[in-house]
Design a protein around this ligand. Structure first.
Ligand code: C2O
Ligand code: CU
Length: 484
């Protein structure tokens, strides 16, 4: 493997603002990742997924005061399958409002994408819907509803989907780490899942930060082991700067897609992003930490202690996963499109801060389903309208299936936006204010005043395209692409 700049850089430079102009259109990043073996048809998993309120207590969340909404009785319910397996998931809605399941990052038939009104009717209380698909990619994914998402996801209605089959040799251990904050008041009741103030700015943050629902997560790993960490940021709002202290760590996959391993310096993860790390466990008794370096005082996410093992100590070598299955776009001759992310309608921040949570209009906004009542944000000057999904606006773009597109995402706001395209894996070609390797993703962070270029092969369907800060999504920064 050649030692290139891509392998040496892990995420951003501390002070940001480093213009990268080196990305040449047409230049395809050669991969030295091992080729994946052919996919063979596997088993069919018949799964019932019950979305319901739970009275469980978990971690710091007092379920009696702040009832969780969960799948199959637990937050972060995890489905684990092998590449080639088919999922047949019957969603049973036992909530008091409609829902659906969106399989974030999975390339699947459009009708299985789980977007109320766009790809399926809402699953009303007491009703059910069956999702059948065969994920074409290995990796670390998650699933969640697509209406009233700040509340539904905010209360815990989010699950993990792991598609195995990307390891040329098995790791000695694996941990799945789900980052999510909770909007809890001092007395243990729920705070509003978002506020007009947050919606108009960087978002409304949780008051209790957890990993796997625990405030100070601890775990064990076998000494000297090669450990895989699957880290998911499923928070509706928070962006972190992930780093590891006390062990050698490499980034091996982004949003489920293998990358040529590079040493982890820190890696920026906005809402909905995932990263897979290879960490070499220390010798027996040693510890390593996962930290969020976003603020000056790093925030401890988890601590792992190495337990005696028979694994010999040996030089550290990054472990690559099999090359991704998602098609890499041939950039030469690609069609260029662009999307501008803006604050809409004059001075939203001022207008919004005049409102309070007691204001009946804001109350209606917070209680409403599937609506962007207040157009705070826009994509290409188009706001997700009041009443949509129910009243679908026209698509932002109509694209041709099978064709390659290079899209420029331009953030004209003072806040970062993690931008997500359904049903695709795109390649991040360049970012004007972050120093990034080229990598595959389904969600990309676009920093204030930044231009990010992505490339993808358009897949047939009607696909949502939105900011994954859920209150931005619900307040205008959402649209869809028609690909036919
Ligand atoms: Cu993870 Cu449209 O969402
Ligand atoms: Cu946003």
């Amino acid at each position: 493997m050649m030692l290139t700049r891509r392998r040496l850089l892990g995420g951003i430079s501390a002070a940001g603002a480093l213009a990268l102009t080196a990305s040449v259109p047409g230049a395809r990043a050669a991969t030295s990742l091992p080729a994946a073996p052919p996919v063979v048809a596997g088993k069919v998993h018949e799964i019932t997924l019950v979305a319901a309120e739970s009275d469980m207590r978990f971690g710091v969340v007092d379920g009696t005061k702040a009832p969780l909404w969960v799948y199959n009785g637990e937050p972060f319910h995890t489905l684990r399958i092998k590449l080639g397996d088919t999922l047949r998931v019957r969603l049973e809605n036992r909530l008091a409002e409609h829902t659906a399941v969106h399989w974030h990052g999975i390339r699947l038939p459009n009708s299985m994408d789980g977007v109320q009104f766009l790809t399926q009717p809402p699953v009303e209380p007491g009703q059910e819907f069956t999702y059948t698909f065969t994920p074409p990619d290995t990796g670390t994914f998650f699933f969640h509803s697509h209406c009233d998402t700040p509340q539904q996801l905010g209360r815990g209605l989010v699950g993990v989907l792991i598609v195995e089959g990307d390891e040329p040799q098995p790791f000695h251990g694996e941990h799945v780490l789900v980052l999510k904050d909770w909007r809890l008041a001092e007395d243990g009741t729920w705070l509003p899942f978002y506020t007009p103030e947050g919606a108009g700015r960087a978002g409304t943050f949780g008051t209790v930060r957890t990993v796997n629902g625990v405030e100070a997560l601890t775990g064990t790993v076998p000494a000297n082991g090669d450990i895989r960490l699957r880290v998911l940021n499923v928070d509706p709002t928070r962006m972190i700067q992930l780093g590891v202290e006390g062990a050698d760590a490499f980034v091996i996959a982004t949003d489920g897609n293998a990358v040529e391993p590079f040493p982890l310096h820190t890696w920026r993860m906005g809402a909905a992003m995932r990263v897979d790390l290879h960490v070499r466990a220390p010798t027996a008794g040693g510890t390593f930490k996962l930290l969020d370096y976003f603020s000056a005082e790093p925030w401890p996410l988890a601590v792992f202690t190495a337990e005696a093992s028979t694994i010999p100590s040996r030089p550290v070598e990054a472990r690559a996963l099999y090359a991704p299955h998602a098609p890499l776009a041939e950039i030469a001759g690609a069609h260029e499109i662009s999307f501008q992310f803006t604050a809409s309608g004059g001075a939203p921040a001022a207008a919004v801060s005049a409102l309070s949570d007691e204001d009946p209009l804001s109350k209606a906004l917070l209680d409403s389903l599937c609506t962007g009542q207040r157009g705070l944000w826009a994509i290409n000057k188009q706001q997700w309208p009041s009443g949509g999904h129910r009243d679908m606006p026209p698509p932002l773009e109509t694209l041709e299936a099978g064709r390659t597109y290079v899209a420029e995402l331009m953030n004209a706001t003072p806040h970062p936006h993690p931008i997500h395209l359904h049903g695709h894996m795109f390649e991040v070609l360049s970012a004007s204010r972050q120093e990034l390797p080229r990598f595959m993703a389904d969600t990309v962070m676009v920093m204030p005043k930044e231009r990010v270029r992505i490339a993808f092969v358009a897949a047939e369907g009607d696909w949502m395209f939105h900011c994954h800060i859920l209150e931005h999504q619900e307040n205008g920064m959402m649209g869809w692409l028609r690909i036919a």
